[in-house]
Design a protein around this ligand. Structure first.
Ligand code: SF4
Ligand code: SF4
Length: 477
């Protein structure tokens, strides 16, 4: 019982938030964050990723494939076209696979490199930075924007604000049109929306998503990440001591404080100054308005803007870069980051298996489905010429995107007589119902119930063969 808990003396660290009083009061009005422009390697990387995914988002719905929109998620027709693949409600398992693969990819990336998804690829971040870019172009740098907001309304302020909001709304409208264009033919949508001929739901969706984009990227911004997005809350469960996150090296940076660039190492040591010159640039460039020097915070989206800002300062001071960097807890404590660790390897293995199974599922998928519906009125009946007859209705679903011709035949019933259409043509993505009957002399039957198969075989207009053998029974009562 004499064991004592060791006490660690921690030097209090000064908190530098954009507006500390307002920010700490969770019930008071939100303090606006004026994000300062930053240049650097990570900023370039984010712009590259942002432009790449933005380009993909805009271009993909315009691509044509086999004479139709390559990606069209037609909810009304319950049919998703993704290039050569058509998914039907029956393919829900495939969609589930895709979501599972996406979830494990996110677990893997988060365990390895923290919230890089948020900082570099999330649409919320990309659109927020696009909107900040408009602010910067129209209202000027961070300091100019602060002064503009503080001064009373005049003509200069009015036209700048008006132009900014028009640019935001135009961006939001284009975003919404492209987004809705994934669910309805995009070429028609663009024409019909501007001529007022679009269906109600399409017009409503475009207006709704315009409002959402304008509200999210223009007004809500970091609130979305810090208060609404659930990922911010559970991502820490995936972190370990080797996860790469943006962190400040307090050992090297403290005690922080301003100084002359000419100060020698000895003078700095005398004053016990670390490498942080307390310029606050890392706070001013932060899109969520936090001070990374206060340690890992759930608001941090790992965008790396503070890394670029601080590296620029370190360069000017002729200090080594990396006071703020992508690093791990182990590395900060003087050790090395372990990449090959059980948790990460486990996620990688599960992810590889899931991707393999998904590819296998897609590669072996047969673009034809046959449902057999028996005549419920009579299981069997006698024909005029004394044969035993069973009647079926075949529902043939052509899950490909091309017209196909199918031949219907019966297996496992030698000596039968087939009546009905034996050759049917079904358009791509269409279902076709065909009644058929099978008759046989009762002396050919050994049992009252005979297991048979109905074979549907054919090929599409490009000659790709496909066949399905669907089991059923021939009943003699
Ligand atoms: S940018 Fe670097 S030097 Fe400036 S306050 Fe932040 S950590 Fe300190
Ligand atoms: S603390 Fe740094 S990495 Fe985190 S959100 Fe702010 S600027 Fe981005």
């Amino acid at each position: 019982m004499n064991d004592r808990i060791p006490v660690k003396v921690i030097t209090p660290v000064k908190v530098h938030k954009p507006d500390a009083q307002k920010h700490d009061n969770h019930y008071g009005p939100r303090s606006h964050i004026y994000v300062r422009k930053v240049e650097g390697m990570l900023e370039t990387l984010r712009r590259f990723f942002g432009l790449f995914f933005l380009g993909l988002f805009v271009i993909l719905p315009w691509i044509q494939f086999n004479g139709h929109q390559a990606i069209l998620l037609d909810i009304g027709a319950q049919r998703f076209n993704i290039f050569g693949l058509t998914l039907w409600p029956q393919d829900l398992t495939l969609l589930a696979w895709i979501f599972i693969v996406a979830a494990f990819a996110l677990f893997f990336v988060t365990t390895f490199a923290g919230r890089v998804w948020c900082g570099f690829m999330c649409p919320q971040t990309t659109w927020t930075f696009i909107y900040i870019w408009f602010e910067e172009q129209i209202e000027g740098s961070r300091n100019k924007r602060i002064k503009l907001d503080e001064r009373p309304m005049d003509f200069d302020k009015f036209w700048r604000k008006l132009l900014k909001h028009l640019a935001w709304v135009a961006t939001a409208l284009l975003t919404a049109l492209v987004f809705v264009g994934y669910f309805t033919p995009i070429e028609v949508l663009f024409v019909e929306f501007f001529t007022g001929e679009a269906p109600f739901w399409a017009t409503f969706s475009v207006i709704f998503f315009t409002f959402c984009t304008y509200g999210n990227a223009g007004w809500m911004r970091e609130i979305m990440c810090t208060h609404i997005c659930p990922y911010a809350r559970f991502q820490s469960a995936m972190f370990d001591k080797d996860t790469l996150t943006v962190a400040y090296n307090a050992k090297r940076g403290e005690k922080r404080g301003p100084r002359s660039r000419k100060m020698t190492k000895e003078q700095l040591q005398q004053k016990e100054l670390g490498d942080c010159i307390d310029c606050n640039l890392c706070v001013q460039v932060c899109p969520t308005g936090i001070d990374i020097r206060n340690g890992l915070q759930y608001e941090c989206i790992n965008c790396g803007a503070c890394v670029d800002a601080c590296n620029g300062v370190m360069d000017k001071m002729n200090y080594e870069k990396g006071l703020i960097s992508f690093t791990s807890e182990h590395q900060l404590a003087g050790g090395t980051t372990k990449v090959m660790r059980p948790k990460l390897v486990g996620y990688a293995v599960v992810l590889a298996v899931m991707v393999g199974l998904l590819v296998l599922e897609i590669a072996t998928r047969i673009p034809l489905e046959v449902d057999i519906i028996r005549d419920r009125g009579a299981l069997s009946r006698e024909t005029n010429d004394g044969l035993i007859e069973n009647v079926y209705t075949l529902k043939i679903l052509n899950k490909s995107q091309l017209k196909s011709i199918y031949e219907i035949s019966i297996l496992g019933l030698p000596g039968h007589r087939f009546s009905g259409e034996s050759l049917v043509t079904v358009e791509g993505g269409e279902a076709f119902s065909v009644p058929i009957s099978v008759a046989i002399d009762e002396r050919e039957l050994d049992e009252t119930i005979t297991n048979i198969k109905i074979k549907v075989a054919g090929s599409d207009t490009q000659g790709t063969p496909v066949e399905v053998e669907e089991p059923t029974t021939f009943i003699f009562q």
